[in-house]
Design a protein around this ligand. Structure first.
Ligand code: CMX
Ligand code: CO
Length: 146
């Protein structure tokens, strides 16, 4: 079951400048930063609020680290802006399978590693009314037995 907005992914050219905007304009704080080589991004997670399912909602600021990454390609076409939305669930495997059964393309065979050791997958934006949609189970949520 999808129980929160886990994060909104925002693509930017310069992570430091974008972090500076979000911290100085709104007073948000950087909760975590990392490089995800597989996804081709450097990222900063800004925690906005905790959620009733025990998780939290973040902004995920993303700067590409490779010219051939999905975010670099998207920035070249669209410029900076909202890149994707992510819904949180305690069981990304089960939710991805159920959504796939409804005819939505799930981009990964198996969830991959996202921010802070989470497990993530994506739904094709063309099957989601133009919104690239991520499903995420945070590392703090033990996957239920199947
Ligand atoms: N939001 C909405 N639509 C998008 C999109 C996005 N972020 N990215 C691509 N599209 C649209 C394009 O506009 C294009 O539409 P048109 O054909 O109408 O022009 C279509 O999808 C195909 O786009 P493309 O530029 O040819 O890109 P690709 O098909 O090569 O890749 C996608 C698209 C979704 C498969 C790829 O971006 C992907 O695999 N994304 C998942 C991984 C990812 O985004 N990682 C970075 C974030 C990591 C994290 O959150 O931790
Ligand atoms: Co994301």
């Amino acid at each position: 079951m999808l129980t929160r907005i886990d994060h909104i992914g925002i693509a930017c050219h310069d992570l430091e400048k974008t972090v500076e905007f979000y911290t100085s304009t709104y007073g948000f704080e950087v909760f975590h930063t990392e490089v995800n080589e597989e996804q081709g991004v450097r990222e900063a997670m800004l925690k906005i609020n905790e959620t009733s399912d025990g998780g939290a909602s973040y902004l995920q600021l993303l700067e590409p680290v490779r010219e051939d990454s999905t975010v670099a390609k998207w920035l070249a076409k669209n410029g900076e802006g909202v890149h994707h939305i992510a819904f949180g669930t305690a069981d990304v495997d089960a939710d991805a399978a159920a959504i796939k059964d409804k005819g939505v393309r799930v981009l990964y065979e198996e969830p991959r590693i996202g921010s802070m050791g989470s497990r993530i997958t994506f739904l094709h934006p063309k099957d989601c009314h133009g919104v690239l949609t991520e499903l995420v189970t945070s590392a703090a949520e033990p996957a239920p037995d199947h």
